[in-house]
Design a protein around this ligand. Structure first.
Ligand code: SF4
Length: 213
């Protein structure tokens, strides 16, 4: 079976470097990581557009919860997400909203703190770790599960087990893990859609197409 590193390399050869995360600031990145839960990026963009002059931690901290919820309404689950964002900003405030201070924490400590915030699960935490706090962690999401399942891997059900499986096979480098996640997203947009377009897929010759028969 094709190795994890070969999958990475084939996608990289096709798509080039994809240090994906569409955000203009670290704080916007982290807001996006919460807003994208259970929705697509188009809806996140609409929510961020409603916040456009408020994308600073102090402004979000001071914004009434109800107003925040209404502004992020396009992202869905807006009442819950508003509370999650408030909880996240309260945590960030402990570091004086200083990303450089947060980065000084060891990876394990930081991950534990992030998943300890109400509403921040391991995927959201790892997005922040990889794209804001410069920690070389592999982000696992539904797209990653889709590709690896279809190619023929027995994908571990538990998030951390799957993440570790991937991390053991990829170099522990920030550029690699950021690119890997970006490649996965691009691949699922272009080829491995819900209804896949296998013709021309760079993994086609190695893919067992599990569940596709
Ligand atoms: S061959 Fe088809 S099912 Fe397999 S990875 Fe490519 S697009 Fe997905």
């Amino acid at each position: 079976m094709i190795t994890i590193h070969e999958i990475y390399q084939k996608l990289l050869d096709r798509q080039g470097i994809q240090r994906w995360w569409p955000a203009e600031s670290d704080f916007e990145m982290m807001l996006g990581a919460i807003l994208v839960q259970n929705t697509n990026w188009r809806n996140v963009e609409k929510a961020l557009a409603n916040l456009v002059t408020f994308i600073e931690p102090e402004k979000i901290r001071d914004m009434p919860l109800e107003e925040l919820a209404q502004r992020i309404r396009p992202s869905g689950f807006y009442n819950q997400k508003a509370m999650k964002i408030k909880a996240f900003v309260a945590w960030f405030g402990v570091y004086n909203f200083d990303v450089a201070e947060v980065k000084k924490q060891p990876l394990d400590v930081l991950r534990a703190e992030l998943v300890g915030i109400k509403g921040i699960g391991p995927e959201t935490a790892d997005c922040m770790l990889a794209y804001t706090f410069d920690k070389p962690v592999v982000v696992v999401d539904a797209y990653t599960r889709r590709i690896f399942g279809r190619v023929g891997y027995e994908v571990p059900k538990k998030y951390d087990d799957f993440r570790r499986m991937l991390e053991e096979s990829l170099p522990s480098e920030l550029a690699v893990v950021q690119t890997f996640h970006g490649l996965v997203l691009m691949h699922c947009k272009e080829h491995c859609l819900k209804k896949p377009i296998c013709s021309g897929c760079p993994l086609e010759s190695d893919c067992l197409k599990v569940g596709m028969a």
